[in-house]
Write a protein that binds this ligand. Sequence first.
Ligand code: ZN
Length: 219
Amino acid sequence: MSQYINLHTHRKPRVIGEIAIRNGFLKTIDFSKIDYPVSLGIHPWHVHKTNIDWALAQIEKNHAQIIAIGECGLDRVIQTTIELQLTTFHQQIELALKYHLPVIVHCVKAYSDFAAIAKQYPNVKFVLHGFSGNEETLQMLLNFKNVCFSVGKYLFNPTMNASLVIGKIPLNHLFLETDTSKYLISEIYQKAAQILEIEETVLKNQIFDNFANLFKIKK
Ligand SMILES: [Zn+2]
């Protein structure tokens, strides 16, 4: 049986066969107690209240224990200046480059800022988590081979962009996630397979391949 890849969550796995990439907390992370894949990063919502040098050092110190940098990124809805967000995002991307790690990206109303970054770092692989761009945004971002897209709870709302554009995301650039939602990853897969009109097994195999490619994991 192929496994469910949950690209981004703040919880432990809740479904049999689920491989979840859990967002770790920089302040409390204790790798001696962890036996699941973790990503570490400075969330744009926390940038203003974080000692950035300390946080970057924490990520660097633990680089061998993590599977990705993130979630980190850009959010144009919050108060923190975009300049500070950009500086912090760049610093984390530099770590991703140095340690060959993919970046899990939080991006809210900042897709054109992000596009410039994706262009600037063609050797860094990015996954836009909770992707909620419209079709025009998606087409613009599909120019970048180093960008993948992860969708989740919005698939349950047929009027949301995620539901409307998922069919336009190349299957080899697609991931699914639960993030903080109430849904199980199995429910997200079922919904995605239904919208895409493909067998769930096909979707599972494809996303597992995407995961193996992105994280260079041997099957
Ligand atoms: Zn999250």
